[in-house]
Design a protein around this ligand. Structure first.
Ligand SMILES: *Cc1c(COP(=O)(O)O)cnc(C)c1O
Length: 465
């Protein structure tokens, strides 16, 4: 399968090269040239497959020509063996025909493990075959860093450098990164804020001359196509468990960069009968403003109790725009050029297509806390703040009670003790067993000045892979 850029001016790449790159050279994001579509009979025949078996059916067409069937099966089996729950993505019922899809059973307790466990093992296989070593570089304000580190820690051909803002991530989140002591894992605490970290990563991708000649940077944020691909699987898994394709299913997704819900949209295009796809946002509501009032404008960042959704702009929305504009790369280039001014307006036809595909709803901190409290009182089930936002948005936008509503639980509540306490719990939620000693473990990280020369020479000098 070939992959093309949303801005229409970069060469098409095959799967291997798409995984090993970042943005397209024209500034766009890569998407598959065509999407595989499955018939209703074929989807029906998958009822009862294990998560791993289903993942193989769904991902095989995307990797054809680059990864053999046997290899893909092995990568999937390695990636999901680190999950605690046998079902990988179990469902829990919270009300009549309302379900929570627990996507936090992986090693770092957030849904990002689904994509990053897979990506780590995939990279390992590709690099071994190519006899190549790479440098993974990323910035994190929370969940991505630890999931990426867990995904890459056992990869012989990868050095991973994760930048976090010094003293500005929570203790749980920092320790999940800094207590991983493998030689190829490098945590940098930058004396700056998250934007400084991100700008440094962007600049480094733009000019990689600080690296030895035989190394290149690989992106592990959600612009990497393989992450989106791996996330399509759990929509099918939940759908099949609740009676699809014989009946439709709806999903509500706590949304930040639009990676997760974009995977849901792809699942629908590939044949899963999805009725509603709900975009749930916190006070950083650019997507809700865009859908409800055609206001896609940058607003100042707000720090909320659901920090993994604190974004000003959703980077993967460009992939959606590409489809809304009938895959016209010139149009997308124009829109993104306009957006440099801080705002863009969608055409009537693009906007009405978007409104047909998605519902949207915004939930602020106070309402979110009430939801955690209310659900706990009724069911003794403890939601994390991101999941609570998704559940509230589902309840407010739902059109039909007879269609199952699946709310994606993107993190375990133990990752966000502050919000949980504010919602009325008098103790911090317990960390799962494998992390119970997190606060006793040895930490290792390097505090570096907010200076690109310092960071780049640290990277070049400490390669271990
Ligand atoms: C990353 C993240 C999100 C947002 O997902 P996107 O794919 O960026 O929209 C939501 N909740 C949690 C807990 C996350 O870590």
């Amino acid at each position: 399968m070939k992959y093309i850029s949303t801005r229409g001016q970069a060469p098409a790449l095959d799967f291997e090269d798409v995984v090993l790159t970042g943005l397209a050279p024209d500034g766009g994001l890569y998407v598959p040239e065509t999407l595989p579509e499955f018939s209703q009979e074929e989807i029906a025949s998958w009822a009862g497959l294990s998560y791993e078996e289903l993942a193989f059916k769904i991902m095989a067409p995307f990797v054809s020509g680059a990864v053999s069937d046997a290899e893909l099966k092995q990568i999937i089996s390695e990636a999901y063996s680190s999950f605690r729950h046998d079902a990988i993505a179990p469902l829990v019922q919270t009300a009549h025909n309302e379900w929570i899809l627990e996507l936090f059973q992986g090693p770092t307790l957030a849904f990002k493990d689904f994509a990053l466990q897979f990506l780590g093992h995939l990279l390992d296989h590709l690099l071994k075959k190519r006899q190549q070593k790479v440098v993974v570089m990323g910035a994190t304000s929370g969940d991505t860093g630890s999931a990426a580190i867990e995904g890459c820690r056992r990869c012989d051909n990868i050095d991973i450098y994760i930048l976090h803002p010094y003293k500005r991530v929570s203790d749980v989140q920092r320790r999940q990164m800094t207590t991983v002591l493998e030689d190829n894992v490098h945590n940098i605490a930058l004396e700056g804020n998250f934007d400084d970290c991100q700008n440094m990563v962007k600049a480094s991708f733009g000019d990689q001359s600080f690296l030895p000649e035989d190394r290149q940077l690989v992106a592990v944020n959600s612009i990497n196509w393989a992450r989106i691909m791996a996330q399509i699987v759990y929509y099918f898994y939940a759908g099949l468990a609740l009676g699809a394709p014989a009946r439709p299913i709806s999903f509500s997704v706590p949304t930040g960069n639009f990676g997760d819900i974009f995977a849901g949209y792809l699942a629908k295009r590939m044949g899963l009968p999805i009725d509603q796809l709900v975009i749930a946002t916190n006070s950083n509501d650019i997507l809700h403003r865009c859908l409800s009032g055609n206001d896609h404008s940058k607003q100042p960042l707000q720090h909320t109790l659901s920090p993994s959704m604190d974004i000003m702009v959703s980077s993967n929305f460009e992939r959606m725009l590409f489809d809304l504009y009938d895959r016209d790369g010139d149009k997308i280039r124009g829109l993104m050029e306009d957006f440099k001014s801080g705002a863009m307006h969608l055409d009537e036809s693009a906007l009405s297509k978007a409104r047909e595909l998605f519902s949207s709803y915004k939930v602020d901190d106070d309402v979110m806390l009430e939801v955690i409290r209310d659900v706990f009182e009724r069911t003794e089930y403890l939601l994390d703040p991101h999941t609570a936002i998704g559940l509230k948005a589902a309840r407010e936008t739902r059109r039909r009670q007879d269609i199952p509503m699946v709310c994606l639980a993107t993190a375990h509540p133990a990752k966000f003790p502050e919000a949980v306490r504010k919602a009325g719990q008098d103790t911090d939620p317990a960390l799962p067993h494998h992390m119970a000693d997190l606060f006793q473990r040895e930490e290792r990280y390097e505090v570096l000045a907010n200076d690109i020369g310092t960071v780049q020479s640290y990277i070049a000098k400490n390669l271990k892979a």
